[in-house]
Write a protein that binds this ligand. Structure first.
Ligand code: V4E
Length: 219
């Protein structure tokens, strides 16, 4: 399991030039994401994000109960930190815990399979968001372990992210420091957290879920 520390940023042609000056493009790819939740948003209300990307399952969970959420009136930090789980049986266990499937629902005692999506029905999980992203990725000269992604979503939003992956238990502060240094090198001067693709997607296409997550301080 690893922890993804990242900071999103808005970019223009000047930012792109800065990235090309100090980094190397390591590829472009396209992927389609489908996100799942219960009809009453049991996962996303806890800031837990279940998705399928390129036939693989991924679960992003806050590393501590307050990550991604703040008391009303307090500014969210520029960086987000999420645990990433990619092992399907582990994802299934974690999802069951979060949505509190009880033992009376014994049907939930199954082994989930990549080939058969029936576990989604067992847990009453439905797709609430679906979009395709075109991503260009860069590494930076002299900045070990830092990746920059420039994402263009098919619903007309683009956003960049500076990302460092750290093994669970490793030094998150030094990852945040690397991100801060990279942002400085790119001349980024945002003082507030930038909206990710999902926030914009929900605002446009799932306004009810957006409003609920906003008032729960998840977004
Ligand atoms: C964690 C999260 C969501 C899941 C999608 O995460 P994100 O990093 O935005 O997507 P993507 O495509 O860049 O994933 P990657 O390829 O890096 O794994 S959707 C919403 N959240 C929470 C969240 C938040 N509240 N605010 C910000 C700025 N980011 C994420």
């Amino acid at each position: 399991m690893s922890v993804e520390v990242e900071r999103k940023f808005l970019f223009d042609s000047d930012t792109l030039k800065a990235i090309e000056d100090i980094g190397d493009c390591v590829g472009q790819k396209q992927f389609h994401d489908k996100y799942f939740d219960t009809p009453d948003f049991k996962l996303t209300l806890r800031d837990v994000w279940l998705r399928r990307r390129k036939q693989s399952w991924e679960l992003k969970c806050p590393i501590d109960p307050v990550n991604g959420t703040v008391e009303p009136g307090r500014e969210k930090s520029l960086c987000t930190r999420y645990k990433e789980i990619t092992n399907l049986p582990e994802i299934y266990q974690r999802v069951k815990e979060v949505i509190k499937v009880t033992c009376e629902d014994c049907k939930a005692d199954i082994t989930p399979s990549d080939e058969d999506d029936s576990w989604l029905n067992t847990l009453k999980l439905c797709c609430f968001a679906e979009f395709t992203t075109t991503r260009r990725s860069f590494t930076l000269k002299g900045e070990d372990g830092v990746k920059i992604d420039l994402d263009q979503a098919d619903f007309g939003y683009h956003v960049g992210e500076i990302e460092v992956l750290v093994p669970e238990g490793a030094d998150i502060q030094s990852a945040q420091e690397k991100i801060r240094h990279t942002a400085q090198r790119l001349g980024l001067n945002e003082e507030r957290r930038v909206e990710g693709k999902m926030t914009v997607y929900l605002k446009r296409y799932r306004p009810e879920q957006y409003a609920i997550l906003l008032s729960a301080h998840v977004l």
